[in-house]
Design a protein around this ligand. Structure first.
Ligand code: HEC
Ligand code: HEC
Length: 650
């Protein structure tokens, strides 16, 4: 999202919210000059190749995505080429010889290669859901060609791609368990927020910052944000899995230590803090060669965290945290600068980091510590981007912030609804009793041992598993209605659902501060309705198969459209008691059987399905539906295919 030019004379920043590429002259200590380039759509990422910039644009009009090639003169940019790509073009990276650019298209799960000499697309291939970051390396063992690793926003597996200057690429799914050293015994945890990946300078390791959902640590209600390291020689994880006993003991030690150290302080004169860290919402990363460290920006905590890149689990060893946010307003206690950091770049001497902050629209310049231990470093310098704050400002900051205690217990809205989409996870909604104190909240996993060791005797409602299943819904573009909200339709209005959420998204339920919670809900409400961009949809005529599917969807036999009403986001917002499946393994039987008809907008891209995430594919959902929801038992295989093809267009 932010790059420095090789000559260190400028920074360029992709600003999706304003559809602008901002330019700032360096050095920024001396009154920086600014210029803006208006992009034809939301620009997502930017890289520099010689005197040119490559910028991904998520969608142009109602069409596909693009890679823009921009000629640069000083701070001015001019479009030299526009390369059409699958919609939602997002991540971009260039081969070490600057010949080929790779681009991920997130929503359409494609990876494309572009020949930069001819501006031609060499290939586009399908990967898994939500590919995001890319790290490109030379071919293994001096072989010709290249290797690349791709991170995914959802799920713990990553993608490896081998390709040459011509010919088709080879793709491979690589298993990379999330935080295996902090995983409950014999458990492979799911991951989320895999926005980025970087390689070590030697190319022997690839680093994937993300959240391990259900990992053990001080915020174990949701898990642990950290960095998973892959050895690239044989694509094996650096961190081993632990045995049952060792994991429990080890995790306990680590979590105690992290707790002791998490008494966080921020001092304008010395924002450096030495601690073992759990990141909350890792977003972007760079490798700092001179110290062999990783610099990860944490969008939720407004921190730049420096981690040991040589460790097998970098977030488990001593690290340095540079606080970015400055000054809070007196009413909402939101930072005036440095909120929601999403991009990071380094100065040439690697002594400074430049961090783009999306909620306050500024760049924070941080003097980095020269070595181990405590150093007094000056407070960050703030460079504004010259954009006016709009009326959604406070709601935007709250959406990303994991530090406003009345709203979030360490994981913000953006932690589970990244970009207003979803984490692909099915959460456990659990009611607890701790003496007289009762509360209901979400937890990511089923391992309760570390809760009870730190919270005394906790009793849990429900039998046969841990809590009720609640799959995260997409919210962007789906919140127009007055209500009701929630899987059971239990919140009459959106405001009521937001307030209920403040209690669910944290350990120990909501706070008592009702008046602040009310203020926060009223700020968040317009932002989640208007400030989030729905996943892109390409405007085009339906194919014959899709039309056949639409006719089936709307037919009085299948009945789909009676509940999934097309005119109101494909839902009637009613609670329909469907014939229930038995509870999924790991979850309790939900005594309330009626579920709110979910909107089917963007349903093709948001597996798993149903409130309990029981189906990984639409094919599975239709196959096992029979006549449970509408009527599908009578459909021929071709009709089923057509119905699904239509669902994917919504
Ligand atoms: C820990 C993960 C998590 C966090 C954090 C989180 N959500 Fe959710 N959200 C969910 C899940 C799971 C559901 C479905 C539960 C339900 O509706 O019963 C949900 C449901 C919702 C709904 C209802 C959607 C509908 O169609 O009924 C809204 C609105 C919502 N979230 C907004 C937010 C906002 C705003 C925040 C930040 C204050 C937030 N969420 C934080 C996981 C999360
Ligand atoms: C009686 C009302 C009703 C009818 C008719 C109906 N649905 Fe549903 N649909 C629901 C409800 C309620 C759910 C959520 C159920 C759950 O989570 O257990 C749902 C869930 C879904 C989902 C999963 C969405 C997600 O994000 O998890 C899909 C896909 C779907 N319906 C498609 C269809 C199709 C196709 C038809 C026609 C064959 C159909 N529905 C008919 C009420 C209905």
């Amino acid at each position: 999202m932010i790059v420095r030019t090789p000559a260190s004379d400028a920074l360029f920043i992709a600003d999706e919210d304003h559809r602008v590429v901002h330019a700032i002259s360096l050095p920024a200590e001396v009154k920086p000059k600014r210029a803006d380039f208006t992009a034809p759509g939301a620009p997502a990422q930017v890289v520099v190749v010689g005197n040119r910039l490559l910028v991904t644009v998520r969608q142009i009009g109602q069409g596909g995505g693009a890679l823009l090639v921009l000629d640069r003169s000083g701070l001015d940019l001019k479009e030299a080429a526009r390369i059409d790509l699958p919609v939602d073009a997002w991540g971009v990276s260039v081969t070490p010889d600057d010949k080929i650019a790779l681009v991920t298209s997130a929503w359409s799960h494609q990876l494309s290669a572009i020949d930069l000499a001819t501006s031609k697309v060499l290939w586009s291939v399908d990967t898994a859901r939500e590919p995001r970051g890319i790290a490109v390396l030379p071919g293994a063992d001096g072989a010709s060609g290249y290797r690349a690793y791709v991170s995914h926003l959802v799920g713990s597996d990553v993608t490896r791609v081998d390709f040459g200057a011509s010919g088709a690429p080879t793709l491979k799914r690589v298993e990379l368990p999330a935080a295996p050293l902090l995983s409950p015994a014999n458990t492979k945890l799911p991951a989320s927020l895999g926005y980025s990946v970087v390689a070590s300078p030697r190319g022997d390791r690839a680093y994937f910052p993300r959240v391990a959902l259900g990992a053990l640590g001080p915020s174990d209600w949701f898990g642990v944000g950290g960095v998973d390291v892959l050895s690239t020689d044989h694509d094996v994880p650096r961190a081993p899995r632990r045995s049952a006993r060792a994991t429990a003991h080890f995790a306990d030690l680590v979590s105690k230590e992290m707790e002791q150290q998490s008494g966080r302080w921020l001092d304008g004169a010395n924002p450096v803090m030495s601690a073992r860290v759990a990141l909350s919402q890792p977003r972007a990363t760079v490798y700092r060669r001179k110290s062999n460290t990783l610099l990860v920006v944490d969008e939720g905590r407004n921190d730049l965290v420096e981690l040991d890149a040589l460790a097998m689990a970098p977030n488990l060893v001593s690290a340095r945290t540079y606080g970015l946010s400055k000054k809070e307003d007196q009413v909402l206690h939101l930072p005036e600068h440095g909120a929601a950091p999403q991009g990071v770049a380094l100065s040439e001497d690697e002594d400074e980091a430049y961090v783009f902050c999306r909620a306050t629209y500024d760049v924070m310049i941080i003097k980095l510590s020269p070595g181990d231990g405590y150093y007094s470093v000056p407070p960050p310098i703030v460079v504004g981007l010259g954009v006016e704050q709009d009326k959604l400002h406070a709601g935007r900051a709250l959406f990303y912030s994991a530090t406003v205690g009345d709203v979030s217990g360490g994981l913000a809205c953006a932690g589970c609804h990244p970009e207003g989409r979803d984490d692909g996870h099915t959460w456990h909604e659990v009611s607890f009793k701790n003496g007289d104190h009762k509360f209901t909240n979400f937890i990511a996993g089923t391992d309760l041992s570390s809760f009870s060791s730190r919270w005394g005797d906790i009793e849990m409602e429900g039998t046969g598993g841990v809590g009720y299943a609640r799959q995260t819904p997409i919210i962007a573009g789906r919140l127009k209605a007055a209500g009701p909200y929630g899987w059971h339709g239990e919140s009459a209005t959106l405001e009521a659902r937001l307030l209920a959420g403040f209690g669910l998204h944290r350990w120990e339920g909501g706070t008592d501060n009702k008046s602040m919670m009310g203020m926060y809900a009223r700020e968040l409400l317009p932002f989640v309705r208007e400030g989030l961009t729905p996943p892109p949809r390409v405007e085009r005529a339906l194919t014959d198969e899709e039309q056949k599917g639409r006719a089936l969807f709307e037919s009085p036999t299948t009945l789909c459209a009676t509940c999934h009403v097309p005119a109101s986001e494909y839902t009637d917002r009613n609670v329909a008691p469907l014939k229930a499946f038995p509870a999924r393994a790991g979850f309790s039987e939900d005594p309330v059987k009626g579920f709110k008809t979910p909107s089917l907008l963007h349903v093709g891209g948001s597996p798993p399905y149903l409130h309990d995430g029981r189906f990984d594919t639409l094919e599975g959902l239709i196959e096992y539906n029979q006549d449970r929801m509408g009527k599908t038992a009578q459909l021929s295989p071709d009709e089923r295919k057509a119905l699904i093809a239509f669902l994917r267009t919504l």
